[in-house]
Design a protein. Sequence first.
Length: 290
Amino acid sequence: VSRASPNLTFVPACLPPDPVEVEELQRFVSNSRRLFVMTGAGISTESGIPDYRSEGVGLYARTDRRPVQHAEFVRSASARQRYWARNFVGWPQFSSHLPNKAHLVLRDWEKLGKLHWLVTQNVDALHTKAGSQRMTELHGCTHRVFCLGCGDQILRSELQEHFEALNPTWKAEAFGVAPDGDVFLTDEQVRNFQVPACRKCGGILKPDVTFFGDTVSQEKVSFVHQRLAESDSMLIAGSSMQVYSGYRFALAAQEKKLPIAVLNIGPTRLDHFASLKLNSRCGELLPLIV
């Protein structure tokens, strides 16, 4: 279930959909039989989750904060303490976000047999909440946690209970929210936060997401390439495609000469070779497509 009205706090300003653009996207989707869709942070901003790069409202525009790096998380206990403390505070709000109209439309396209495969670069589980099943979470999902030592997996909601048990008197007021569910805390606030180890081997617990500086597994990349090879067109929704892990699939689609439509507020890396570029909100334009 989605909220009745979109949350536009983190959505860049843009004009309403142009009727001509609506008609062009309708024609694109109607001509597709096995549509491959890739989504990015711009599809979730209308659910109240900020992105990194949007002009004026993205994390990079509003703050000097940068996401945690994979090497730093693995190497530094203090970096893990800082990450998990912020994530602990932000989790109740982040996990409560609901899919918006764009997520629901893509779910419906899947049910109708129009959408062949969905690849999301997001880690917010909103496509799963919407009911999408023919889907790959390219960068993982914050709702899962695993051990770097033995590979044991637990739900993030279960880890929240461990955090609460270890930190019964710890409290911190959050200052702002970041795209991956954490919040802004000072070093002083973080200092006494206790982080649990793996219940099975005592190893390091990490969210099941690809941090900056890490790479997507070759197995997952190959799987997505196979789904793309079965498709006859590609739609990018809510992504500037600045991250190569997603951009590579657009390059592969271009090589295969597949028609490519891009729906994103602001410029993208695909603008010079996309068949169609639309500058609208995903949740406003996609529901207009039959």
